[in-house]
Design a protein. Structure first.
Length: 107
């Protein structure tokens, strides 16, 4: 599994709206692609201008096989719907080497 980790900066008064518009546009767009597993939205209680997205993909190849023109089209739809400034502050990739341990799982 591969994690796409995104950090977005937006004004605190636009944070909840950004999350809503993202959920209306980006999440359904990502769901259509092979390899998409899940997406989480995290907010920082100490910094109301930060939103973190954690997107799980089966493989790196599936994630990176999304056509660039389709990503551009979704970005344009999102930007038009959101209509306010934001900054993509960071974008990272992680490989999951070990799955979460629960009280019932063996190590």
């Amino acid at each position: 599994m591969v994690i796409e980790w995104l950090k977005v900066r937006v004004t605190s008064d636009q944070r909840e709206r950004y999350i809503r518009v993202d959920d209306e546009i980006w999440t359904p767009a990502l769901r259509q692609y092979d390899g998409f597993l899940s997406k989480e939205t995290w907010i920082d209680p100490e910094d109301p201008e930060v939103i973190i997205f954690v997107i799980r993909w089966e493989t790196r190849e599936q994630w990176h096989s999304i056509p660039e023109d389709e990503l551009t089209e979704v970005t344009n739809r999102f930007d038009e719907a959101f209509g306010a400034d934001y900054t993509m502050a960071e974008s990272k990739e992680y490989q999951v080497r070990r799955f979460p341990v629960s009280p019932d799982s063996a190590r």
